[in-house]
Design a protein around this ligand. Structure first.
Ligand code: IMP
Length: 206
């Protein structure tokens, strides 16, 4: 029988990305909407690992499927890791053009532009005997001023210059970004973990 995993996110784009990577392993990806579940616990941890565990354990407690969760954000060295785990909540409700402008304003005149995008992904097996968290990170720099011209991607992509890509995420195509991005790196670790073992996803139909 086909193996299934619940991806603990409402983001369809991310679920599609995860599906693309896991389907060659014979694993079908279900979203929270597919299984009619909701996150019930707040993300109160101070780390991405902590928050991804909260999400995975929350959903695992509500179903019998294997679960995969993720938590990501942008960490800026000179701002002591800000916005970090608060990346989604910083200036909540405002468009990212405004958020990005505010970050560049905060960093005006700062020489140290180092930053990293970070993702933690937590996998919990269907029989609940395995819980593993994987970390992906892409190092870069915060650019000095908002770019003009059309941008790809979302969120803080336009202001993050990836050292691996030698361009901003906003200038990169989707596949190019995934080849080095925090989420891509974390997801490839999940894939090699699940591909290298009897992956414990089982059918979730117990
Ligand atoms: P999430 O935990 O993956 O939903 O990410 C939380 C927040 O971090 C998002 O709402 C964005 O503000 C930011 N973020 C995470 N990943 C990216 C990315 O790849 N590009 C731009 N912003 C991101």
């Amino acid at each position: 029988m086909e193996k299934k995993i619940v991806f603990a996110s409402h983001n369809k784009e991310k679920a599609r990305e995860v599906e693309e990577m896991l389907s060659p392993l014979g694993i079908a990806v279900l979203t929270l909407a597919d299984v009619h579940l909701k996150q019930t616990k707040e993300e109160t941890a101070e780390t991405f690992e902590g928050n991804s565990r909260i999400k995975a354990e929350d959903i695992a407690s509500q179903c019998d499927y294997a679960v995969l969760s993720d938590d990501s954000g942008l960490c800026i060295e000179a701002l002591n890791g800000f916005p970090g785990v608060h990346s989604a909540r910083f200036m909540e409700g405002m468009p990212y053009t405004e958020k990005n402008k505010a970050i560049l304003e905060k960093m005006k005149g700062m020489k140290d532009r180092r930053a990293a995008f970070v993702t933690a992904m937590t996998y919990i097996s269907a029989d609940r005997t395995i819980e593993r968290t994987f970390l992906g990170k892409d190092d870069g720099l915060i650019i000095e001023s908002l770019p003009s011209g059309e941008q790809h991607g979302f969120g803080y992509d336009p202001i993050f210059y990836s050292l691996a890509l030698k361009k901003t995420y906003g200038e990169a195509g989707e596949d190019e970004k995934n080849s080095v991005s925090h989420r891509g790196r974390a997801l490839r670790q999940v894939v090699s973990f699940l591909g290298g073992t009897d992956n414990g996803t089982d059918t979730g139909n117990r």
